[in-house]
Design a protein around this ligand. Structure first.
Ligand code: PLP
Length: 395
């Protein structure tokens, strides 16, 4: 008998697995080029050449026993963490030191480490819909309670009135994700400052500490020069979770980091807890080779112009067909209003044209669908006539 908790998780994850299998099935029948699979946020832009060169160089230069060995620090190599801190300080005028950086197994690893470090059973974690559905599992892993703020479907900035009302004495963590999966929205500086003021007031009211966890795997995927505020500058109890999965197109390699600034309440204890959590959650610290790659590739960038062209073409194409969506400012997702209230029905209709899209209810926002446009440009162009056929069903 599997555990009750896992029974729920298996039931929830089967929808995504079913979609993946459906994509493979359709590709087998119609050919991969005739399937328009917008279901997965897996980067299609290759990692920069410098990553390959870094891997080769590291393998040639380093003693394999040391390189592939267990690390003596749970937080990761000191020089790598110092390099990350220096790079952040130069970019965002912060004052981090190596001790504030903990190398993690991607953003997912980092989020689990920080939630494990912070949550007692029953503690509340606030997330703004639409949000990355895995937050539900990550919160439940540590017996926390996920509290949803309903979506603001006008511009998908967080609903701050509702946020203020839903903070309680049990609120321990607030997760934000900007640029956002699934909307592509970047939270404005004004929004961030208002959120910070609300949390500060609530901390005083309840005599508690509320940690803002900024989940930012899409930080570098921002278009048209939009500013993505660095949140530690606006709220002391901020922890940043970063990842190279999208910024260097390395999702399978599992590397990222947490930033726990000195300004965060009980920061030394929190850093110690996160160090231990990094070791005991099963993955045992961040991969050594990947840490070394990060240090060598800190100034490398993925080619976001590829995603930008996809964004423009898909957004303009769908708007012309009469679909409603806001233009994403970052990440590689488009969040489109379903022409029918039950968006799962719309997803099923899309599948008839070999278009695979994800229901918004997976992100706590029914009535919408997510399209991941990290696909080839040809897929975007060739999908538009199919979207036209789909749109015609609703005219
Ligand atoms: N957070 C968000 C919002 C994501 O979209 C993803 C992955 O798609 C993750 C976290 C996990 O990323 P990682 O591969 O770094 O674990």
């Amino acid at each position: 008998m599997i555990s009750k908790k896992m029974e729920n998780m298996v039931a929830n994850s089967s929808a995504i697995r079913a979609m993946f299998e459906e994509g493979n099935r359709l590709a087998g029948i119609y050919g991969a080029e005739n399937v328009y699979d917008f279901s997965l946020g897996n980067p299609n832009v290759p990692a920069p050449e410098a990553v390959k060169a870094a891997i080769r160089g590291i393998l040639d230069e380093e003693d394999p026993v040391v390189l592939h060995g267990y690390t003596n620090s749970n937080a990761g190599y000191q020089d790598v963490r110092q390099a990350v801190a220096d790079s952040l300080n130069a970019r965002f005028q912060t004052a981090f030191d190596a001790k504030n950086i903990i190398m993690t197994v991607g953003a997912a690893g980092g989020l689990n480490v920080i939630l494990k470090s912070l949550l007692n059973p029953g503690d509340e974690v606030i997330a703004f819909a639409p949000y990355f559905g895995e937050y539900r599992s990550y919160t439940s892993n540590y017996d926390g309670v996920l509290v949803e703020i309903s979506p603001n479907t006008v511009d998908f900035q967080p609903k701050l009135d509702e946020f203020q009302e839903k903070i309680t004495s049990k609120t321990k963590v607030v997760i934000v994700n900007t640029p956002n999966n699934p909307t592509g929205v970047v939270y404005s500086l004004e929004t961030i400052k208002k959120m910070a003021a609300i949390m500060e007031a609530k901390q005083k009211e309840f005599g508690t500490e509320i940690y803002l966890v900024s989940d930012e795997p899409y930080r570098e995927l921002a278009y048209d020069g939009v500013e993505v505020p660095y949140l530690t500058k606006y709220y002391a109890n901020t922890v940043v979770g970063y990842s190279y999965s999208k910024s260097l197109s390395l999702p399978g390699e599992r590397i990222g980091y947490l930033v726990i600034p000195d300004e965060a309440a009980d920061s030394e204890k929190l850093i110690s807890a996160a160090n231990v959590a990094n070791r005991i959650l099963g993955f045992v610290n961040a991969p050594t080779l990947q840490q070394k790659i990060v240090k060598k590739c800190l100034n490398e960038k993925t080619d976001i112009s590829y995603y930008d062209r996809n964004r423009e073409t898909l957004y303009n194409g769908l708007k012309e067909l009469g679909f409603e969506c806001i233009k994403p400012e970052g990440a590689f997702y488009l969040f489109v209003k379903s022409p029918v209230a039950d968006e799962k029905e719309f997803c099923a209709a899309a599948k008839k044209y070999n278009i695979l899209i994800v229901p918004g209810s997976s992100f706590g926002c029914p009535g919408y669908v997510r399209l991941a446009y990290c696909v080839s440009y040809e897929t975007i162009v060739n999908s538009l006539p199919k979207f036209a056929d789909l749109a015609a069903e609703y005219k």
